[in-house]
Design a protein around this ligand. Structure first.
Ligand code: ADP
Ligand code: ASP
Ligand code: MG
Length: 412
């Protein structure tokens, strides 16, 4: 029988009524003749609560214990979803990550899926099970400890299962009815896209559009998974949602496809470091070992023979970054006068494949921000995106102004 993967995010399983509603959606696909693999997130807000408890108990926590704790929200929804389906006379069984087992690396709190053996679940399908409900976001390391896949990781669980089981499609049910030109919460002018290219979705996701986890898009692109984003609150129809697909499948296209933002950024500056060969390695090596995800980097001339090194990282990694730098200073590996953390910044980016062949997007972006009186602190570019770091208080204004200026409310 053909297999379908259906993933329900936090708001889609936020309470028993929503779980019942999602189960009805699953029943429709079972009636359509599919063996269904349902991937569930934790109830909305649950993972944040668990993360909060971890931080309160241990600010520089042991990531193995973090994973043991924050993975638990998904266990509850997986069991509840299986029970709900059984109540509807649909043969269903829940599976936690370790039971499948979803084999991952040991990079706790940000592990990557390495393998999903299909035998056990397929054997159950062979015995008449119609739905396997799998707890998203979690797996097991080679050492046998529970891992998690990074925030938003259930999307990745879903795509990885679709790839492993050769599913016909991977449907991501969420609280918006597709991928928009920007977060519809920031501007009502955001326009739903019927289709978006993998590469654009990859950039938007990695630049903060949390509708899909970046890694899920990477996997879908690599394993050619048909990936659809749709609302769990609206009636289903075949044309619903957004299809993430190859560039060639898309007819219309604007130069800029979308605007993304990332609110929780911090800018850190090491003031007056010795300007010598190897200094970047001496700084960014320890940061990477401490699990700090450094994003943008700028180096500025300071006094003679010295330099200021600025980098950005997620706000919740500032403490880790500070510790790594103070430790490196104490060990004599680096020397700096001061370490300044600015936790009040945000990153705003414009993304579009069209930038490969059109010039002037960066200039226009800077003009628009300047007209709004927004000061740019750091800039980075790649072939299909431009990102700027700005004061967080201007973030929404910047997104709206850029969305207007690039006329994203109109289809290209
Ligand atoms: P789930 O809990 O279902 O995984 P998420 O909250 O992780 O849902 O992702 C859905 C949210 O992503 C939407 O509510 C929306 O606010 C946000 N979002 C950000 N950028 C976009 C975008 N370009 N298109 C659609 N949604 C977006
Ligand atoms: N519950 C996890 C989170 O909130 C995983 C997910 O929802 O995708 O990050
Ligand atoms: Mg999500």
């Amino acid at each position: 029988m053909p297999t379908l993967v259906m993933k329900f995010g936090g708001t889609s399983v936020a309470n028993l009524d929503r779980i019942a509603r999602a189960a009805k959606r699953v029943a429709v696909e079972v009636a359509n003749g599919y063996d269904v693999i349902v991937i569930v997130s934790a109830m909305s807000g649950k993972t944040n609560e668990l993360v909060g408890w971890v931080n309160e108990t241990s600010p520089l926590y042991d990531a193995r214990e973090y994973d043991a704790i924050v993975s638990s929200g998904e266990n509850v929804t997986a069991g509840l979803m299986a029970l709900r389906l059984q109540e509807m006379d649909i043969p269903a069984r829940s599976w936690q990550g370790w039971q499948v087992p979803v084999k991952t690396t040991s990079a706790h709190s940000n592990a990557r899926i390495e393998e999903i053996p299909t035998e056990k679940i397929n054997a159950k399908f062979g015995e008449g099970m119609k739905v396997a409900v799998v707890a998203g976001f979690q797996g097991i390391s080679p050492e046998g400890r529970i891992t998690t896949l990074g925030r938003g990781g259930s999307d990745t669980t879903a795509v990885a299962f679709a790839a492993a089981f050769g599913a016909e499609r991977c449907d991501i049910y969420t609280d918006v009815d597709g991928v928009y030109t920007t977060d519809p919460r920031i501007t009502s002018k955001a326009r739903k896209l019927d289709k978006i290219a993998f590469e654009e979705m990859l950039e938007l996701a990695s630049l903060g559009a949390k509708v899909l986890q970046t890694r899920s898009v990477e996997l879908a692109m690599r394993y050619k998974v048909r990936l659809r984003v749709l609302s769990s609150f609206e009636e289903p129809s075949d044309s619903a949602g957004t299809l993430v697909c190859d560039e060639e499948e898309i007819m219309e296209s604007n130069v800029v496809a979308g605007v993304a933002y990332s609110r929780d950024e911090a800018k850190m500056t090491l003031i007056s470091v010795a300007d010598r060969p190897g200094i970047a390695a001496a700084i960014f090596g320890p940061l990477s070992e401490a699990g700090v995800n450094v994003d943008m980097i700028v180096q500025n001339i300071s006094e003679e023979g010295r330099t200021d090194m600025t980098f950005s990282c997620p706000t919740d990694q500032v403490k880790r970054a500070e510790k790594a730098m103070q430790d490196a200073k104490a060990s004599g590996a680096i020397n700096f006068h001061d370490l300044v953390a600015d936790e009040g910044v945000a990153k705003v980016s414009v993304v579009g494949i069209g930038m490969r062949s059109h010039t002037g997007v960066a200039a226009k972006m800077f003009r628009v921000l300047s007209a709004e009186g927004v000061n740019i602190k750091v800039i980075t570019t790649s072939e299909i995106k431009i990102s700027v770091l700005i004061d967080r208080k201007y973030m929404e204004l910047a997104v709206q102004a850029l969305h207007d200026a690039f006329e994203l409310e109109k289809a290209g």
